[in-house]
Design a protein around this ligand. Sequence first.
Ligand SMILES: NC(=O)c1ccc[n+]([C@@H]2O[C@H](COP(=O)([O-])OP(=O)(O)OC[C@H]3O[C@@H](n4cnc5c(N)ncnc54)[C@H](OP(=O)(O)O)[C@@H]3O)[C@@H](O)[C@H]2O)c1
Length: 262
Amino acid sequence: MVKVGFIGAGNMALALIKAIKKANLADSIYASDVKQFRLKLVEDETGINVTPYNKVVVNESDVIFLAVKPQQIDKVLDEIRDTNKLIISIAAGITLKHLADKLKNARVVRVMPNTPCLVGEMAAGFALGPKVKDEDVKIVEELLNSAGKAFLLKESMLDAVTGLSGSGPAFIAYLIQCLIEASVEQGLSKDIATELAERTALGTAKLLIEKGLSPKELIKMVASPGGTTIAGLEVLIKSDVRNILIETVEKATKRSKELGKK
Ligand SMILES: NC(=O)c1ccc[n+]([C@@H]2O[C@H](COP(=O)([O-])OP(=O)(O)OC[C@H]3O[C@@H](n4cnc5c(N)ncnc54)[C@H](OP(=O)(O)O)[C@@H]3O)[C@@H](O)[C@H]2O)c1
């Protein structure tokens, strides 16, 4: 087991801490933050060690998550520049080169997480800096997978991950919103329509994952000839929705590339 640290004890850190604790993966967990009330909240909710000093976290940990906002990261990197530990940054758009340039002796990992991390259902991609060892990869995978599922990829793929799973929660939420509005037009109350639509999205994803079905197989299961599903599906398939979704993910990926160059 490893000693885990968090610099920045915000929403993502709290979710990861809870997941790592639940999976019993750490010997100890330390977290620091500039906000005293965040430290109190994290301490109350998880019972981990908290400190206002980032350096204490580094000293007390083998693996340190950097969980501050991207615009706050340089200050933290300057403060911990001498570390040679395993550093996992979850800050959106902060490249491995940037991390490695600032932390010359550290083994650095860059993660693109997503918001469902907050409920233990993260879908993430991660990439490794040059100094990362094989045994580090196992640790990173274990820690990240406690909060969902993380895939080891080349860093160049993280823009596409951003376009799909990073931004995807908003795309899926928009589709759910459209389905709610559509069923309210068919007479359902907004409350009932909301819960039915949300649970349909949740259940569908769970069914695909847990039964190992492809989307095509699931569609075949529910869309019997002459039935209701096929009637609706025909409208979707004839529409431009496929191309619209291609364009949506393409735009988000492109934007991620642009932001990464800044
Ligand atoms: N939230 C998401 O869904 C999501 C998704 C993908 C990626 N991410 C990435 O995850 C990272 C964390 O996001 P979050 O939503 O958890 O942010 P957050 O809730 O704002 O947490 C960051 C915490 O770090 C504190 N902080 C700022 N400067 C610090 C310093 N020098 N030392 C120690 N702590 C410091 C912040 O305090 P102040 O508020 O006072 O600055 C805040 O309490 C971000 O880089 C973001 O890009 C988040």
